[in-house]
Design a protein around this ligand. Structure first.
Ligand code: SF4
Length: 404
């Protein structure tokens, strides 16, 4: 059986596309994303060829259904050889891009070049996300980043001089040795140097099988002792600069939120391509999760063999809806919830709803199930309660209508 046997394209009104470019100069010590270091030109060519074939299958299924947003992430998209990147952009243009709302790409400072920016302009890519992480040399070294401070400052200068589109910079808080002053200094310098409308501030964690985790184990490296207060200080600073927190790790000027990621957090249909990319799509028998194995060579050889397809149970999909939606400051739309599950949260899970209200986890809102900031910071505890409540719900009671 192939993808057409599972997917129900007739339920799609629009689709968000994600493309994963899995190449990096070297692995950063903390990185748990799938990417391959020291790639050969031939691997990149084969990757593009495999993406072309997967795109063609997708287009055959969806016809001229509109693409709402595109996000090219990685890995390091700016590392792909420019003729190959142009080949990818041309291939993307074969989709129906009428009314495309946002076209984003990620880059890293060491591979940002004027030619790369020129190519983005030609193909109307209007949003760039640069992995800065810190503007302190000792913190960049602690993270095992390849870009030096000089590389990063040069990249910011290049963007100031040449980039006209929207711009996000990624930062990390909780780096061992990071102080409140050094974090705020990095953020402040970046805001001064570049015309930003978005900042992502991720919390460092030592993920399994990363070099950082090994350093924590072998070198006695310790988690940041005051990470919560450090993060809150950065939160207040960014808010004071007009960057409003709209998702756990994301801050934007009003109206400049990342639309692609909003679609993802609101669980609108999206299709991801490339090793480790996954998709949530309407299926003939419910909601489907597609995922490509984290294996470049398998993807390059037979991408269809790298693809796993599973159906989400209604309970899994409701959990996903809350896990993703409660990351957002505005929370989960009550209207969407009702249309998606045929019932309100309070009617479906009254005990859980009362728990949220009595513990003041839920804020008063007519339109959304919205969590307080503190509860968003301890989201895992709330989700454990949700899963306990769902376990009690008789199976068969929950129906899903999606996309609503
Ligand atoms: S550049 Fe990004 S994707 Fe590549 S290794 Fe570093 S953190 Fe991971």
């Amino acid at each position: 059986m192939g993808i057409p046997d599972y997917i129900e394209p007739g339920k799609l009104k629009a689709l968000a596309l994600y493309i994963h470019i899995p190449f990096c100069v070297e692995k950063c010590d903390y990185c748990a994303f799938y990417s391959v270091a020291h790639s050969k030109a031939e691997w990149q060519e084969k990757w593009l060829q495999a993406v072309r074939l997967e795109f063609a299958k997708c287009r055959k299924l969806i016809g001229d259904i509109r693409i709402s947003t595109i996000f090219i992430g990685g890995g390091t998209p700016s590392l792909l050889k420019l003729p190959l990147l142009e080949g990818l952009f041309k291939e993307i243009e074969l989709f129906n891009l009428d009314g495309l709302e946002e076209y984003s790409i990620e880059a890293n400072p060491e591979s940002l070049s004027p030619d790369f920016l020129d190519l983005l302009k030609i193909y109307s890519i209007d949003r760039l996300s640069l992995g800065v992480q810190s503007l302190q040399p000792e913190e960049l070294a602690m993270l095992g980043r390849r870009a030096s401070l000089e590389h990063t400052l040069e990249a910011l200068e290049l963007l100031s001089a040449k980039w006209q589109g929207r711009l996000n910079l990624d930062f990390i808080s909780g780096i061992p040795g990071q102080s409140q002053a050094s974090l705020l200094d990095s953020l402040e310098k970046a805001i001064q140097m570049a015309k930003l409308d978005h900042i992502s501030l991720y919390s460092l964690s030592a993920e399994e099988k990363t070099a950082l985790q090994r350093r924590f184990q072998n070198e006695g490296l310790k988690h940041h002792p005051n990470h919560d207060s450090l993060w809150i200080k950065a939160y207040c600073f960014l808010q004071s600069q007009g960057f409003l927190n709209y998702e756990m790790a994301n801050f934007a000027k009003p109206g400049k939120e990342c639309r692609h990621n909003l679609a993802y957090w609101n669980l609108k249909p999206y299709w991801g391509f490339g090793p480790s990319a996954y998709s949530t799509l309407p299926g003939k028998k419910g909601v489907l999760r597609l995922s490509y194995a984290s294996d470049l060579h398998l993807f390059n050889g037979r991408a269809d063999k790298a693809l796993a397809i599973e159906s989400l149970t209604p309970k899994e999909f409701l959990t996903d809806t809350m896990i993703m939606g409660w990351r957002l400051k505005q929370g989960v739309s009550k209207g969407v919830f009702l249309r998606r599950f045929g019932s309100s949260l309070e009617d479906l899970l009254p005990g859980f709803y009362d728990f949220l209200v009595n513990k003041r986890i839920l804020l008063q809102s007519k339109s959304h199930y919205r969590l307080s900031l503190k509860s968003r910071l301890f989201l895992d505890d709330v989700l454990l309660e949700l899963m306990g409540a769902l376990d009690e719900l008789p199976s068969g009671l929950l129906r899903v209508n999606w996309p609503e």
